[in-house]
Write a protein that binds this ligand. Structure first.
Ligand code: GDD
Ligand code: MN
Length: 370
């Protein structure tokens, strides 16, 4: 097998495990006649992990990178990918949870150009957990299911992957959490081959997985959904702007009535116009990428008309719910109003995105949006 391979081991406090895993890896490589360099990326582990790795420098093609001011599994892997000489990179944990025996099955499909990426799975035939707590398995399952909207692979949170390095060229990988393989899947859309593994409990030491890592994962996941489905991101921003509008609307209404003794009905119209105008500018400059390139004298009236229609939809929804769904009793009108706002928000978003801030009203010069 001629292609150069780089095996990347991110480490934090894995001194005891490195003594075992490094010789084990090179044993397997020799048996499978695979030539590979091993890159250890250590975040200045207090247990002397880097020193242990350095002990193998003369015996095997090992490189050790120590990051003094950075911490994080995802970015450690990115560092490894950056310095890797191999056309094919293999990333695995250093605690012997990932079977080194699977190395050959993880690289072969890429060498033979049958896949751009291999991902070890605990959920396909012959894949499983061994000695892992029930809680941890549930967490892993839920974490995997929550990524179902992004990929069909069976084990999206797997940390054991093989990748063609050329695939990553020019891709802006953030590694905002441990789940770099998932980010690569979303941003590079590789041809993936899943390889079954038995994921066993770590040999020595403690897992670094905790609440922080889970929280980071959720943030990362949201970012990946927004990357894959930009409209989701826009909608979230649109709702935030809508909320700001609601606060402004109420503030203007109350001050106009209380401070300037304006008739509440007149004040409501004035408040609506102020809120809609603020919303227009927030959506123009923040929510929609295309917004600031639209012609103001077109998109502003378009936006206001959408909002007026939206107001109408809110009132009609309320009316239907109050008359036909019994929400005219007691305080149920509030629920009818909230449902009305929700329906109107959906309409306002679609109207804003596909009409007010659409290519229809682009300045002629802005052909990059064509
Ligand atoms: N450099 C560096 N910096 N390495 C780290 C850091 C860090 O901040 N945190 C963890 N690592 C290394 C560990 O030393 C180990 O080699 C590997 O990353 C995995 O860390 P573990 O602490 O063993 O993670 P785990 O077993 O709980 O989680 C594994 O399974 C998850 C799926 O269930 C990992 O493979 C995860 O990536 C995977 O998502
Ligand atoms: Mn582990």
């Amino acid at each position: 097998m001629s292609k150069i391979i780089s095996i990347i081991l991110p480490t934090y406090n894995e001194a005891e495990n490195l003594y075992l895993i490094i010789p084990k890896i090179f044993n397997i490589l020799n048996k499978s006649k695979i030539y590979a360099e091993l890159i250890v990326v250590d975040d200045n582990s207090p247990d002397g992990t880097a020193e242990v790795a350095k002990k193998f420098l003369n015996k095997y093609p090992v490189k050790v990178f120590i990051r003094k001011n950075e911490r994080g599994l995802g970015t450690a892997i990115l560092k490894g990918l950056e310095v890797a000489k191999g056309e094919i990179c293999l990333v695995m944990d250093a605690d012997l949870s990932h079977p080194v025996e699977a190395i050959s099955d993880m690289v072969k499909p890429i060498i033979e150009n049958k896949a751009d990426m291999t991902l070890a799975s605990r959920y396909i035939k012959d894949g499983e957990f061994e000695g892992i707590s029930f809680i941890r398995r549930i967490i892993s399952k839920i974490a995997g299911l929550s990524a179902r909207g992004l990929t069909n692979v069976t084990d999206p949170t797997s940390g054991f992957m093989g990748i063609k390095k050329s695939l990553l060229k020019g891709v802006n990988l953030k590694a905002a959490s441990w789940k770099l393989p998932l980010e690569i899947i979303v941003k590079c859309n590789p041809l993936i081959k899943e390889v079954p593994i038995v994921f066993v409990n770590r040999h020595k030491g403690k897992s670094k997985f905790g609440l922080r890592a889970s929280f980071r994962y959720l943030q990362h996941l949201l970012g990946l959904y927004c990357y894959r489905f930009p409209a989701i991101f826009e909608f979230i921003k649109f709702c935030i702007v809508g909320l700001i509008g609601l606060i402004i609307d109420t503030a203007v209404l109350v001050s106009a009535v209380e401070l300037f003794s304006l008739d509440p009905r007149i004040a409501a119209i004035f408040a609506f116009m102020v809120a809609v105008t603020v919303n227009y500018f927030l959506n123009r400059f923040w929510t929609f990428k295309i917004g600031k390139f639209t012609i103001f004298r077109c998109s502003y009236p378009a936006f206001v008309s959408i909002r007026l229609l939206g107001l109408g939809i809110r009132i009609v929804t309320m009316d239907i719910l109050m008359v036909f769904a019994g929400m005219g009793k007691g305080y149920l009108y509030l629920l009818a109003s909230i449902i009305g706002i929700f329906v109107a928000t959906i309409f306002n978003f679609i109207g804003s995105k596909y009409f007010a801030f659409s290519k229809l009203f682009l300045h002629n010069s802005k052909d990059e949006f064509e």
